[in-house]
Design a binder for this molecule. Structure first.
Ligand code: APR
Ligand code: PHB
Length: 391
């Protein structure tokens, strides 16, 4: 088998990359180790930055998003029983975000790829990337019980944090930067209309809580929990009681309860692998970097990476120059580190760190007070949340 771009992984990074290449007239093959149902049902964050929305629309993948997604013009910060709304368009010159689940983005891109695009093989596990430093890199993979080799001009590792692509970069050139957090998020889906029309990020002495949504009738909520928590050890009633406490306010706001249909715990990690390119192997999305979910940046960063790669490849085809391919890692990393910083700041400002002193807690509250009383501080948050530009 031969192709121009061999793509490992059919998460949002790999799927969008295949779509953008197809639109640019460049052929690709996508290898995905899991089956289609698994990829389409994996629960992840659901906030699309303005730039991501624009890219999906321009790629012809925005129809259902525009019909069913929920445009959001702000978020609420909740702390000390107070409520503060951050108005995105007013602070950023008109930018906003869209609430549309990652599962839905994946479903839309898979349907398009199977209908119009090149091969997308499910249950095809990449075993290794070989020859990254040559003109003919290959992906060795297993599909339908057989081992096979995909010969490529370029390989893009979109295979997430646990993938194999990153391992093909020699340790002598790799640098990794990592931070783990002593807490995770217990996330639930509940069949109840969201209790607020925008997301609520709550800082509470008992820990962080987030109210989000999947649709006008389905709520998505999260609670900060210790890192080794078993989701099943939390009864539904205990979850609602704890959410209610962490969202408490001085006014008459109430949290609506409903049947919980799913529970799981997500660990939190910040991670960056440098460089994001070695020879003809490029890394994109979670394969190269992880952010804690507090800023909802994971999917948006993946989109930025694959857009940067396709621009560079098209530039190469049109001008013969490899300068943008050579600059891929540095160009992506500048944006990645801004998102790392933003996600780290949001996480630190809103979570209860088990080692924090009373002094640290006062500083957290002072940060929130600053954002709610100083337009410049609030603008910085709004700019970060709605996204760092792709150019
Ligand atoms: N061979 C083939 N496929 C693989 C392999 C392999 N050896 N290893 C992993 N994969 C697949 C996984 O099954 C998964 O479907 O690669 C895909 C990686 O997808 P994601 O983890 O969703 O990563 P990415 O596409 O970079 O998307 C980033 O994911 O973690 C979230 O919040 C993050 O929204 C962000 C998004
Ligand atoms: C979600 O809806 O799953 C979600 C929203 C915002 C975040 C993280 C997750 O910051």
């Amino acid at each position: 088998m031969r192709t121009t771009v061999g793509i490992i992984g059919a998460g949002p990074a790999g799927l969008l990359l295949a779509r953008l290449l197809h639109n640019a007239g460049i052929d690709s093959v996508v290898l995905e180790s899991r089956d289609r149902a698994y990829v389409e049902h994996r629960q992840r964050a659901g906030i699309l930055e303005q730039g991501t929305v624009d890219v999906l629309r321009a790629a012809g993948a925005g129809k259902r998003m525009d019909r069913e997604g929920l445009p959001h013009d702000g978020i609420e910060l909740r702390f000390d029983r107070r409520r503060h709304r951050v108005d995105f368009p007013a602070l950023t010159g008109g930018r906003s975000v869209m609430v549309y689940a990652q599962t839905e983005v994946c479903k839309d891109l898979i349907a398009l790829q199977l209908k119009e695009g090149g091969p997308l093989l499910f249950e095809a596990e990449a075993l290794a990337v070989e020859g990254a430093e040559t003109d003919r890199p290959t992906i060795r993979f297993r599909h339908e019980g057989r081992e096979d080799v995909l010969e490529c001009d370029y390989v893009v590792g979109c295979d997430g944090f646990w993938g194999v692509a990153r391992k093909a970069i020699p340790a002598s050139v790799s640098q990794t930067f990592e931070r783990t957090y002593p807490f995770g998020w217990l996330g639930i889906l509940a069949d109840v209309p969201p209790s607020h029309d925008e997301l609520i990020y709550a800082r509470h002495d008992r820990g962080f809580a987030l109210l989000s949504m999947r649709s006008p009738s389905v709520s998505r909520l999260y609670l900060q929990v210790p890192v080794d928590t078993d989701a099943e050890s939390w009864s539904d009633e205990r979850i609602w009681d704890e959410l209610e406490r962490r969202f408490e306010t001085d006014d008459d706001w109430t949290l609506q309860r409903g049947p919980i249909t799913q529970k799981s715990v997500t660990p939190m990690r910040s991670y960056v692998h440098e460089p994001m390119r070695h020879g003809r192997l490029f890394l994109a999305g979670d394969a190269a970097h992880i952010v804690p979910p507090t800023g909802a940046k994971g999917l948006n960063l993946a989109v930025g990476d694959v857009v940067t790669f396709v621009r560079a490849l098209v530039h190469r085809r049109e001008t013969g120059s490899a300068e943008l391919l050579d600059a891929y890692s540095a160009n992506c990393l500048r944006r990645v580190w801004q998102a790392e910083r933003f996600s780290y700041d949001m996480t630190a400002m809103l979570h209860r760190d088990p080692d924090a002193t009373p002094f640290d807690r006062r500083v957290q509250l002072a940060r929130l007070d600053r954002i709610s009383s100083c337009r410049a501080a609030e603008t910085d948050l709004a700019l970060g949340y709605t996204g760092f530009p792709l150019d």
